[in-house]
Ligand binder design. Structure first.
Ligand SMILES: Cc1cc2nc3c(=O)[nH]c(=O)nc-3n(C[C@H](O)[C@H](O)[C@H](O)COP(=O)(O)OP(=O)(O)OC[C@H]3O[C@@H](n4cnc5c(N)ncnc54)[C@H](O)[C@@H]3O)c2cc1C
Length: 308
């Protein structure tokens, strides 16, 4: 059993940021980084919106730097995947899939989220070559090009409005007639001349060999199919927080799997904090994850230093 003051679960921007703040407050910190230490940013080539870099920074490079910074400060990073957390007050016992166990006085869950995809033909092949789950991240690369947004919630509508600022034509494809998005945002989109909508429609296939050339869109009522030419397809059908492993734990989650936190990033269990995309409904961005991670790190360090 490995003993530590603080165990951080996740080695993405939230987990690294949390660990940096905690270790600098004198708290012994270990990160269990799971199967993908580095997190979602490993899937992107260039970030242009993370402050502090004049030129775009690679996702791998940014995360490699964060890991090196953590290690220089004395944080230990393992690749353990945590599968169980026990205890309703410190110390908490955490078990990894390898069988390794940790006893930690405080815990920060920064396990991230994964985008929900459509699962249609051509999507996997063209991810990063026109298929994206993040308009805020990748939209700018489609300036002057026609794009499709898939979804009917606030994210889909906000993505469509964002893209309509620099794309000549944005087509929103939604499988129903009604929307989950709020009425004001829907109205705004309806009043934007370069946004059109295909309702009761689903994307059946992403078309293109080297890059996206269009989508095969099927009307679910008439069964008719049309080809919609476009260079980009933005999938905005939600994200899945990586928190299923918490199902038998006392940590409160929303039905969607998001972990509920207060302004200190504390969960309902004293000593267990959470940060980043696994707590975030709307602003799933690296800099936001790093920010909430910093908040969790400061809160967890104060907790350890006060109660240990
Ligand atoms: C393709 C793509 C492009 C993007 N581009 C941008 C961009 O340009 N700019 C931007 O700001 N944001 C971008 N994002 C969003 C950004 O990547 C996320 O908002 C950010 O990575 C969230 O950080 P996080 O630390 O909360 O979670 P993640 O980065 O998801 O990290 C989660 C970590 O938790 C670990 N983990 C999960 N479960 C366990 C477990 N049970 N035990 C141990 N470890 C576990 C994972 O292995 C991983 O290390 C992009 C996302 C994607 C998918």
């Amino acid at each position: 059993m490995t003993e530590t003051d603080l165990l951080v679960i996740g080695a993405g921007p939230a987990g690294c940021s949390a660990a940096i703040y905690a270790v600098r407050a004198g708290v012994k910190t270990i990160i269990a980084g799971g199967a993908m230490p580095g997190g979602q940013l490993l899937q992107t080539n260039d970030l242009e919106n993370y402050a502090g870099f004049v030129n775009p920074v690679g996702g791998f490079e940014l995360m490699d730097n964060m890991h090196k910074q953590c290690k220089r400060l004395g944080v230990q990073i393992t690749s353990d995947e945590i599968v169980k957390i026990e205890g309703e007050k410190p110390p908490f016992i955490l078990t990894a899939s390898s069988g390794e166990q940790y006893r930690a006085f405080a815990v920060i869950i920064a396990a991230g989220a994964t985008a929900r995809w459509l699962g249609v033909k051509g999507e996997e092949k063209l991810k990063g070559r026109g298929v994206s789950a993040c308009a805020t991240c990748d939209g700018f690369f489609f300036k002057g090009k026609e794009v499709i947004v898939v979804g009917g919630g606030n994210t889909a509508f906000e993505d469509a409005l964002f893209l309509a600022q620099f794309c000549p034509k944005v087509t929103l494809v939604h499988r129903r007639e009604g929307f989950r998005a709020d009425a004001v945002t829907v109205e705004k989109a309806k009043n934007t001349p370069n946004i059109s909508m295909l309702l009761n429609c689903v994307v059946e296939e992403v078309l293109g060999d080297e890059s996206v050339k269009g989508a095969l869109v099927r009307n679910v009522q008439t069964k008719d199919c049309v080809q919609v030419p476009c260079s980009g397809i933005f999938v905005a059908v939600g994200a899945v927080p990586q928190t299923a492993w918490l199902k038998d734990s006392p940590v409160n989650r929303e039905p969607s799997g998001l972990i509920k936190v207060d302004a200190r990033q504390s969960t309902n269990i004293e000593g267990i904090f959470a940060a980043g995309d696994c707590t975030e409904e709307q602003f799933r961005q690296a800099i936001v994850a790093a920010g909430t991670g910093a908040r969790a790190g400061i809160s967890a360090a104060a907790f350890v230093n006060l109660h240990r």
